[in-house]
Design a protein around this ligand. Structure first.
Ligand SMILES: [Fe+2]
Length: 209
């Protein structure tokens, strides 16, 4: 049985998702450790196998060290965003004035990596634009879109990203045939077909240029 829980964490209200299958789970975007999350994992005796980052911005990775230490899981990020993990303390400080955590635990994935847990598989979908290593994770009919696609808008491309890559990514996402449930890195969930019909950036990806 598959179950999805959302925890809103950190100063930028980042969505941290816990995707559970059987007694195993994966965390998507360990922005911050959360007491509520820790209690949930403990109460339901869930084994968290991986913590996956949709990209390297501090609000999505700052809790990776604590999360992996608490749950005994492994942290993974796209190889093209790995450089932000070492720089997390400074990068977070530059945006918030608060020094970020040092993240010791790090593994990288590439465009073809698959993660298995419980009865489920998570596939990596490379979606550069917001950052070079921005990734959407697809598991069955669920898509975790990070800061690439939000309900009604897209992520900015002016913090280490690229408008032309974002435009290409949006064109690729527009060609996905399945009506996936989209769970973004911030804000409410949506459906891919709804975004294709109503999101101005999906309707005209060149707006991202
Ligand atoms: Fe971001």
């Amino acid at each position: 049985m598959r179950e999805l829980k959302k925890f809103v964490v950190g100063p930028l209200n980042t969505n941290l998702y816990l995707l559970i299958s059987g007694n195993e789970a994966v965390i998507i975007d360990p922005g911050e450790m959360s007491a509520e999350l820790a209690e949930y994992v403990k109460n339901y005796r869930i084994k968290v196998k991986y913590a996956l980052a949709t990209h390297g911005h501090f609000d999505h990775i700052n809790g990776a060290g604590k999360v992996c230490e608490s749950f005994g899981c492994r942290f993974f990020i796209h190889e093209k965003d790995a450089y932000m993990v070492d720089k997390n303390p400074e990068l977070m400080e530059a945006f918030t004035g608060i020094r970020g955590e040092t993240i010791m635990e790090m593994n990288t994935f590439s465009d073809r990596t698959e993660f298995r847990f419980g009865d489920e598989t998570i596939k990596v979908m490379a979606t550069p634009g917001h950052t070079p290593g921005s990734t959407c994770f697809v598991s069955g009919d669920l898509m975790f879109s990070g800061d690439t696609l939000f309900r009604g808008t897209i992520g900015r491309t002016d913090i280490g990203g690229s408008g032309s890559e974002m435009a290409r990514t949006l064109k690729m996402m527009g060609s996905i045939g399945e009506n996936l449930r989209v769970y973004p890195g911030h804000g409410p969930e949506t459906m891919l077909d709804h975004e294709k019909r109503t999101n101005q950036f999906m309707l005209n990806p060149d707006l991202a240029l």
